[in-house]
Ligand binder design. Structure first.
Ligand code: F6R
Length: 607
């Protein structure tokens, strides 16, 4: 979604801002803009399209020593040059970039219009610019404080004023902002990636906090002008993790690095001596863990499917009732919170609005909520009651891949911990954890089969509909496979329980609708084969994802994508890989923008 970057310092501001905006491109956007000041005046350039299009309209000589920039993902008003940020007041004295949504913008706009102000865009952000300008009496900090007091909704803001050159004022409520502290230079951004090339020292702002910065100083304060002291934290990601490192797309790179990212998620958390999982951040005593009678997992999109895998495992292995629920539904259903229920919220970005708001609602009702997140310092881990980082490293492609396998890694560890505290013997725990420990190597083996998956994907890329079918633990994996295909290739794909097709979806089957079946290595295998035959009886093509050595499947299916053998309960790790690669190759074949698919945003910070 929208991205903000601000800079004060000795480097040419235009370059720093454009480079920062490029780093934010992965979030998804439809227009971009910058405002740069040189002390005499400031200039705004903005347009619909990509950062490279914006660069074309900025004259070479425009350098400046401070400024603010933005990538917009449209919410209020269409995608056009006028609605792109930055926005100014009608005197063009003050310029604002904004992430978030102002809910009372129409009422504020009506009042401003009746007072004689004119508007150039349809955005809620322009209202903020006009409002701050009305409040401005020679002190930008004060004007921003007074204006945000009147705003209802969410905002991450960066503001500059013509009369206070070299200064940026920022404010946060519900939309992330990070201050970057450099040597003789300062940054303000919605995401550390925008500033990592220049500084690794960051201050994560909280809701209700404001900042005022110049190139060599900053001060933080709240809405009542009370001074705030915060710790500077170190950004642990490396700049090279933000590069493609020889791959043509981030998605391909992220799919291929899952052996390592799973390894990082498991590292230090496998306790062979105790034959159990060890998760330091839970903040729960052994007794509290033993008293848990139910687990609820709340998330969106791919993280929700990882949560479904987690819930299934908890019931199956640890015999604890568990359930995954969509975050967007939890918040408004007036959830029933019971003291013996433990909640997890799962979010790669740690900023997804639906998940964050669901967490806050659960906490208001007294729930203990643990986060399973990737981005260190993001809002969910800071506000949760404890939790676990998945340590995937930056996930830049919009479509989530490596986060999924790292999220489930955490649920495997947690489930084992809970199972061992209940009925799992040392031997059972040891066998399981030994096989879990082998998963990174098996992932690497599966990746070597990418070429075959590419061939199959190319042959099937021109179909318009797909079904993805799995059962039990592989049902959420089927849902994830369908999501991956639709979001990056724009092909219609539905995920179903294989058993469920006879209750409706089988009507879709004909020679033009292939079905991708996830075939387990035991358990429900025969049942899945029955569903496969039902599809074939209706001339549907079958692509099976099956375990090495399953000769019967080789005879039945039209195509087989093979994965190595592992413990049946660990199969989601390996079965999801061919689905990610299949979606990727189909999208490539159809010449889609794999990393930044249309209409999608990486971190969905609006409801
Ligand atoms: C799918 C995808 C989305 C996200 C969802 C939640 O590929 O990327 O479905 O999984 O928006 O995002 P996080 O995990 O950041 O909360």
């Amino acid at each position: 979604m929208c991205g903000i970057v601000g800079y004060c310092g000795p480097k040419p501001a235009t370059e720093v801002l454009l480079e920062g905006l490029k780093r934010l491109e992965y979030r998804g956007y439809d227009s971009a803009g910058v405002c740069v000041g040189d002390g005499e005046t400031f200039q705004t350039y903005k347009r619909r399209g990509k950062v490279r299009d914006l660069r074309e309209i900025i004259p070479e000589e425009v350098g400046g020593f401070y400024g603010i920039g933005h990538t917009r993902w449209a919410t209020h008003g269409g995608v056009n040059d006028q609605n792109a940020h930055p926005h100014s007041d009608d005197q063009n004295n003050l310029v604002v970039v904004h992430n978030g949504i102002i809910e009372n913008y129409q009422a504020l706009k009506n009042k401003l219009i009746s007072d004689g102000h004119t508007f150039k865009s349809e955005t809620d952000t322009e209202v903020i610019a006009q409002l701050i300008a009305v409040m401005y009496k020679g002190n930008l900090e004060q004007a921003v404080r007074e204006a945000v007091y009147l705003l209802k909704g969410t905002y991450g803001l960066a503001v500059v004023h013509r009369d206070e050159p070299g200064k940026i004022v920022g404010a946060r409520n519900g939309s992330p902002l990070v201050i970057g502290v450099g040597e003789g230079e300062m940054f303000l951004a919605s995401d550390v990636m925008a500033m990592m090339a220049h500084t690794k020292s960051a201050i994560y702002m909280e809701d209700g906090e404001l900042v005022s910065m110049t190139k060599d100083s900053y001060k933080m304060f709240d809405i009542n002008d009370q001074h705030i002291e915060k710790q500077v934290e170190h950004i642990h990601w490396e700049l090279e993790q933000l590069e493609k490192n020889g791959y043509t797309t981030f998605m391909e790179k992220e799919i291929h690095e899952q052996g390592q990212s799973i390894q990082r998620a498991l590292q230090g958390r496998i306790d062979f001596d105790g034959a159990t999982g060890h998760l330091g951040g839970l903040n729960l005593t052994a007794k509290e863990l033993l008293n848990i009678e139910r687990v609820e997992i709340v998330a969106a999109g791919t993280s929700y499917y990882a949560g479904m895998v987690g819930a299934f495992l908890l019931e199956r292995m640890a015999r604890i009732p568990a359930h995954a629920e969509l975050a967007s539904e939890v918040r408004y259903k007036n959830p029933i919170v019971q003291p013996s229920t433990l909640y997890f919220v799962v979010s790669q970005s740690g900023e997804t609005a639906d998940t964050l708001y669901a967490m806050r609602e659960l906490q208001r009702k007294g729930a203990t909520v643990l986060g399973v997140c990737n981005v260190v310092g993001s809002t969910i881990p800071r506000e949760s009651d404890g939790g676990v980082y998945i340590h995937s490293g930056p996930e830049i492609a919009v479509a989530s891949t490596k986060a999924f396998t790292s999220q489930i890694s955490v649920f495997y560890l947690f489930t084992l911990l809970m199972a061992r505290m209940r009925h799992y013997s040392f031997e059972e725990g040891y066998t399981f954890i030994s096989e879990l420990n082998r998963i990174p190597a098996l992932v690497e083996q599966t990746m070597q089969r990418a070429e075959h998956i590419r061939e199959v994907a190319r042959r099937y890329a021109h179909h318009e509909n797909f079904l993805f079918l799995g059962r039990g633990l592989l049902y959420p994996v089927a849902l994830e496979g369908a999501l991956k295909l639709k979001e990056i290739s724009y092909i219609h794909a539905e995920g179903y329980s294989a058993a469920e097709i006879k209750h409706g979806p089988i009507a879709l089957i004909n020679e033009h609708t292939p079905s991708v079946f996830l075939v387990p290595d035991g358990g429900l295998r025969e049942k899945v084969i029955n569903s496969m035959k039902e599809v074939q009886a209706r001339e549907g093509k079958v692509i099976a994802v099956a375990v090495d050595g399953d000769d019967e499947i080789a005879e039945i299916a039209d195509e087989v994508l093979w994965v190595p053998k592992t413990h049946e309960l660990l199969s989601p790790f390996l079965m999801v890989l061919p689905l990610q690669l299949f979606a990727f190759e189909v999208a490539l074949e159809l010449k889609r923008d794999v990393d930044q698919p249309r209409n999608l945003a990486k971190s969905v910070t609006v409801e």
